[in-house]
Ligand binder design. Structure first.
Ligand SMILES: Nc1ncnc2c1ncn2[C@@H]1O[C@H](COP(=O)(O)OP(=O)(O)OP(=O)(O)O)[C@@H](O)[C@H]1O
Ligand SMILES: [Mg+2]
Length: 372
C-alpha cells in the first residue's frame, strides 16, 4: 500500500513543481492497520504552503483502497541561521515561552519511521485550564486500563508541572535506567510504565524553558523511551500540560495523538476553556472521545445527599456546541485527593467507593473506542 501512497503523493506538486515525495516533503511514511502516517515537511519559507498541501494529501491518501485513516503531521525545516542563532539552547526568561514557541522551528516529529510506535493507541488527556484534575484522571484511568489486562504507559508531557512522580509514589529522585543504545527504560508503578520530565530534571528548572527546549524534551521522552521493552504498549496515555497555547498545540501535534479526552470541572468558565481545548485538538485532527467532568458532585458522607457544588449543565452545553458527550462524572472525593498525594491511586484501593466506580465506568466506555 505504501507504494500506492507514494505514487499518489508524487501526483501532488510541491511549490518547485516536483512531486511531493521527490521534492523531499514527505518523511516517516508508514502504515499500520490501514492508518497512513506521515510527516509533511517544508522549508521554513514555504510554511504557508503546508496548509493547502495537507488538505490535498489527506484527500489523495484517503482515496486509496484500504486506507482507513490518516495521521499527518506538518512541520517546517530548521534553517541553518535559526539553528545556530536565536534558538541556541540555554536558560531563558519565563516570559519568552510563548513568543519562542510561536517562532520556534518545528522539529522532526517522533513518528519518524525509525522510531517504533510507542503503543497501538496514543490517547491524550487535555484540559483548557489548569488544576481541574487532569493528571489525577489520566493516572487513575491508566491504572484501570492496566487492571483490565492492557499494557499501559503514561507519558507525563506536562513539562511545567509534572505530576507522575507524585501520583506514582516514586518521587522526583527516581531515574530511568538506560539500555546499551541509550534508550530510557520506563519506570514502573501500579502496573504501568511511566515516563516524566520530573524524573529527568530537578523540580522547577523546567519552568524557565522556552518552546524549542520543551519540544526537545518531549521528543526525548516520547522517542527515546523503550516502551514495552521495545515491543510497544497497547495504550500510551499522554498527560498534556493545561491550556491551549502554542506549546500545548505543538505538543499535541508532535505526540501524534490518536485520540484525546478533555477533563473539565462543571463551572461555566471551565467549560469555556474546555471548548477551547476541543478546538485545539481539532486543529491537529485529533479525535476527541468525550469529556470527563471532574469534581462533578459531592456525596455527603454524613447525610448521603448528592450536592452539585460547582453547578451543572455542562453536558448539555457540550452536546449543543460541539456534539460531544460527557463520558463520565467523577465525584469530588477525599479518597481521590488522598490517594493522589500518597501515590496510591484510588482505583487500586481495596475498599469500594463511588470514586473508584466512576473511573472504572469511564475506562469501560473508553476501552472499546481505543482498542478497535
Ligand atoms: N475528583 C477529585 N476529588 C478530590 N480531589 C481531586 C479530584 N481530582 C483532582 N483532585 C485534586 O485536585 C488537585 C489537582 O489535581 P491534578 O493535579 O490532577 O490537576 P491538573 O489538572 O493535572 O493540574 P495541573 O494543571 O497543575 O496539571 C490535586 O490535589 C488532586 O489530588
Ligand atoms: Mg497535571
Amino acid at each position: 500500500m505504501l507504494d500506492q501512497v507514494r505514487d499518489a503523493l508524487n501526483g501532488i506538486k510541491a511549490p518547485n513543481g516536483q512531486g511531493l515525495v521527490d521534492a523531499g516533503y514527505v518523511q516517516g511514511l508508514d502504515e499500520d492497520a490501514g492508518v497512513v502516517r506521515l510527516v509533511l515537511e517544508a522549508p521554513a519559507d514555504r510554511a504557508k504552503a503546508l496548509v493547502p498541501l495537507k488538505a490535498a494529501v489527506e484527500k489523495a491518501v484517503r482515496a486509496i483502497d484500504g486506507v482507513k485513516g490518516t495521521q499527518i503531521i506538518t512541520t517546517t525545516q530548521r534553517t541553518p541561521a535559526a539553528a545556530g542563532g536565536q534558538h541556541a539552547h540555554g536558560p531563558a526568561h519565563g516570559q519568552d515561552q510563548q513568543a519562542s514557541a510561536a517562532a520556534a522551528p518545528e522539529r522532526r516529529a517522533p513518528t519518524d519511521a525509525k522510531l517504533p510506535r510507542p503503543a497501538r493507541h496514543v490517547m491524550g488527556v487535555a484540559s483548557g485550564k489548569g488544576g481541574v484534575g487532569k493528571s489525577t484522571t489520566a493516572y487513575n484511568l491508566a491504572v484501570a486500563l492496566a487492571q483490565d489486562g492492557l499494557r499501559v504507559g503514561i507519558l507525563d508531557a506536562d513539562i511545567y508541572g509534572p505530576s507522575v512522580p507524585l501520583l506514582s509514589g516514586l518521587g522526583a529522585d527516581a531515574k530511568p535506567d538506560l539500555d546499551d543504545q541509550k534508550r530510557m527504560i520506563p519506570l514502573q508503578a501500579h502496573g504501568l510504565e511511566l515516563m516524566s520530565i520530573g524524573f529527568l530534571v530537578p523540580a522547577d528548572s523546567a519552568t524557565v524553558w522556552r518552546g524549542p527546549m520543551v519540544q526537545n524534551a518531549l521528543f526525548q521522552l516520547y522517542g527515546s523511551t523503550l516502551w514495552g521493552g521495545g515491543a510497544g504498549l497497547d495504550v500510551l496515555i499522554v498527560d498534556l500540560p493545561p491550556g491551549t497555547g502554542d506549546i500545548q498545540l505543538s505538543l499535541a501535534q508532535q505526540s501524534a495523538l490518536d485520540s484525546a479526552i478533555i477533563v473539565t470541572t462543571p463551572q461555566d468558565l471551565a467549560l469555556v476553556d474546555a471548548l477551547k481545548g476541543v478546538s485545539m485538538l481539532e486543529k491537529v485532527s485529533t479525535r476527541v472521545l468525550g469529556v470527563v467532568e471532574n469534581m462533578s458532585h459531592f456525596v455527603c458522607p454524613d447525610c448521603g445527599g448528592l450536592h452539585r457544588i460547582f453547578g451543572e449543565g455542562a453536558g448539555e452545553t457540550l452536546k449543543n456546541t460541539k456534539n460531544l458527550s460527557v463520558i463520565g462524572e467523577v465525584p469530588l472525593s477525599m479518597p481521590i485527593r488522598k490517594g493522589a498525594d500518597e501515590g496510591q491511586p484510588v482505583v487500586l484501593s481495596a475498599e469500594p467507593s463511588l470514586a473508584k466506580e466512576a473511573y472504572v465506568d469511564i475506562m469501560k466506555k473508553i476501552k472499546p473506542l481505543i482498542m478497535t
